[in-house]
Design a protein around this ligand. Sequence first.
Ligand code: 1CP
Length: 359
Amino acid sequence: MKPIKNDLILRALRGENTSRTPVWLMRQAGRYLPEYRSVRAKAGSFMDLCRTPELACEVTLQPLRRYDLDAAIIFSDILTVPDAMGLGLSFLENEGPVFERPLRTESDILNLHKPDVMKDLKYVFDAITLTKKELDGSVPLIGFCGSAFTLACYMIEGRGSKGFPRVKELLYSRPELMHTLLDKITDALIDYLNAQIDAGVDIIQIFDTWGGILSTGAFSEFSLTYTERLIQGLRLYREDDTRIPVICFTKDAPLAWYKMYENIGADCVGIDWRHDMDVVAAVVRNIALQGNLDPMVLKGSDEYIVQRVKQIIDMAGLRTPHIFNLGHGMHKDIDPDKVELLVDTVHSYSEERKSLIHC
Ligand code: 1CP
C-alpha cells in the first residue's frame, strides 16, 4: 500500500498526538453541493450514480476539491447490501429509500438471499479502486457499512420510519427470528467490508443510525453484539502490519453506551451532536472520539459557527485523540461557504491551541 501523505486521521485513530485536529464530515458529498446535483442529474437515479464507478468516484472527490478535508469517504449507501440480498432498492424523489420486497414473513427471513458480494456489489469495490488511484495517497479513504441492526430496520419496515414499530414488534415477539436475520446480515457485512479492505480503503466506519431507538439491554443484545461480531470477522491488518481502524457511530446514543464501544474492538466512537464533548471525554478514555457539531449549526451566523467549533475543540481537550466531525450527517440545504468556514476554523484554531500547549 502506498503511504498516505496526510495521515492525521490515521494517527489520531492510533491514539497519537497530531499537530492539528483532523476533520471530515458525514455526508460531505451530497445535495448541498451544486456540482453533486449536476452529476446526480446526469446519472438519472441515485442508484445509477452509486452503480457507476466513474461518477461515484467523481462525487467522492468533489468536497475535497473545495475544502481542506483530511479524509474522503467513498460515495455509496448503506442500503446497497439489502439490495444485494434481493430486496429491490429504489430512491423515490423527496421520499427516500423504499424496498420493493420488504421482509414480511418468517419465510422471507429464512429464505433471504445470501449475496455473492464480489459479484453483486462489484460496483462499490470498482469505485474504491478508482478513487484510491485518483487520490494518489493524498488523504485516507473511508469505507463504510450500516450496522446489522440499522439494515434490519429498513429491511423489515421497507423504508425509513419514525419509531420502526414493525421492527420492535418482531424483536420483542420473535427475538430468535430477529437473531437469525441479524446473523445473516452480519455474514454479508463481513464479506462486504473485507472486500472493501481488499479494494484499498484505509479506515472503516459502521453507521448504526437506528440503534438509538432501543433500550440499553436491547441495544446490547440486538445491535452491539453484531457490530462486535462484524469487527471480529474483519481482516484489519495489512501485510506490513498496518491496522485499518474502525469508527462506530450510533445516532441518539446515551452517554453510557459510548463506554461499551471500548470493549468491542473499535478504535474510535462517533458522538451524537446532543452530547457535550467534555463529559464524553471524561468517560471514554481508551479510544479516539469523533464529532460532534449539530449539523444545523451551519445555519447560524459565521460568528456562531466559529464559536461552536472552537467550543467543541476545547471540550474534547488534548488528552483524548479527537477527529472533528458533525454529530450526524450534513443537511441538504446548507450553504457550501459555511462548510468551508467550519473546516478552516477546525484547522487554524486547533493548530494555534496545540502550538501554545507545546511551547
Ligand atoms: O438523491 C440523493 O442524492 C439522495 C441523498 C443521499 C445521499 C447523498 C442518500 C439517500 N444517500 C447518500 C449518500 C450516503 N449515504 C453516504 C455517502 C458518503 C458521504 O458521507 O459523503 C453515506 C455514508 C450514507 C449512509 C447512509 N444512508 C445512512 C447512515 C448515515 C446517516 O445519515 O444516518 C443512512 C441511514 C442511509 C439511508 C439513506 N440513504 C439516503 C437517504 C435519504 C437515507 C435516509 C433515509 C431515512 O431517513 O431513513
